[in-house]
Design a protein around this ligand. Sequence first.
Ligand code: PMP
Length: 297
Amino acid sequence: MYVYLNGKIVPAKEAVVSVFDHGFLYGDGIYETMRGYNGVLFKLDEHLRRLHRSASLIGLTIPMDISHLKISIYETLIANSLRNAYVRLTISRGRGSVGLDPDLCPSPTVVIFTQEFKEYPSAFYRNGISLIIAETKRNLKEAINPQIKSLNFLNNILAKIEAKKKGAYEAIMLNVHGKIAEGTISNVFFYRDKVLCTPSTDCGLLDGITRGMVIELAGREDLKVKEGKFTKKDIYSAEEVFITNTTMEVMPVSKIDEQRYPVGNISKLLRKIYRQEVEACITNTKAEGPSIWGEKG
Ligand code: PMP
């Protein structure tokens, strides 16, 4: 396995970051997770745009431009001969002496690692997964803006620990006002009374790229979509629930706490058209010209 580290692609065991890196010391940094399908990175521009937003929200200057980042990601995939891949791009504040001041770090650390994409078990999609509503509340957006995709994940990890203790796969986090925010690594949707509902960004959540796409696809199917403020009670009384993220795509939910849900037609439809969108993106990207893989079409 090869890893991109600060401008070089090196064997994984040489990809080492300093113990004085502020990403390690303070969680000071940002990241993106992307998915490669058959050699094409899906929604790459959107992920890199969000990376830049995260960087600007923490006052970090990314030491390379977007096209250089893109090339580096593809070069890392090629070095690992990967087509269906999990891709993680991490940029930390970099190495510096002890102290919170970002100016202690002269240059950010940039890491790209890729792995063969490990599919979720097909039973998850067939039967749905089990969730809980966590006691741990989502960070107050006025304290740490969840739109910063930061290396600081303890808030979500605490909720994930709660889920694991209860034998659930994912936890839904409420905000401090008792409104649904998001999952620990996902956005939440539910269908009720012919309306597809999802928490609005002012509930304090990361505006997932998959979430954005699902809203767009639902609109194309003439489904009514409501972004708003929802409570536990609203989701308990839903007819269908699913969660979304880059790696899971559209994942049906069969249970939240003691409440059960079928894997319904809306979840199935959105999953299907999401997949069609992925296939179309692969075809179009390849049709744009010789791909980075040196193939035609
Ligand atoms: N919320 C959180 C907290 C996440 O970590 C993720 C995964 N990046 C998401 C939502 C979903 O975002 P996306 O659809 O862009 O993967």
